[in-house]
Design a protein around this ligand. Sequence first.
Ligand code: IMP
Ligand code: MG
Length: 199
Amino acid sequence: MIPPPPSSGFLADIERILIPEARIQDRVEEVAREVARDFAGRPIAVVGILTGSCLFLADLLRRVPLPLTVSCISVASYHGGTASSGMVSLRQTSLPDVAGRDVLLVDDILDSGRTLAAVRDLLLGPGGARSVRSCVLLRKKVPRAVPVEADYVCFDIPDEFVVGYGLDYREHYRNLPFVGTLTPEAIQRGPLHAELETG
Ligand code: IMP
Ligand code: MG
């Protein structure tokens, strides 16, 4: 037996596991089947929104046995806190070429909706995609700031700040295989390993 790797104590920052790893994997499999059924016969242009969708994107796509292309765009809306700043900033100047394509937009979470709406509108702009459907791991029960809905949703969650399976707090905790909440101390103190990085 290989012993588990040391966690450097960062698991102690988790207050509660909201969605365990096995439930995530089962549900991602189900959603991948829905996507594969709906897009059968149409090549998909998958666009992942970085960085939050990275784990979800990888697990989802390996279960969609259809011809597809993958590109990613990098967007920031939280800027380090636990509440949306209300501003969506693109981190690159050029968008993926999706001219005339059927796009599947993949993100970690639908919260205020600003990110998904902004990226969808950009992709549907002049010379852009033929259609855009969106797929999110989580959908928060909050009023949306803009009119937008996701076509595929793995889990509905209450209005709590969560980390894991791609979702971060100050760029950490993305590698947790589950989705959970942080202790108030961890939120107040910030990620332990961030202190290690800055010396
Ligand atoms: P929206 O634009 O308000 O819908 O926010 C979407 C983005 O905010 C997501 O792509 C996440 O990066 C981030 N976000 C929203 N809620 C959470 C959360 O509970 N934990 C971590 N990141 C979140
Ligand atoms: Mg984030």
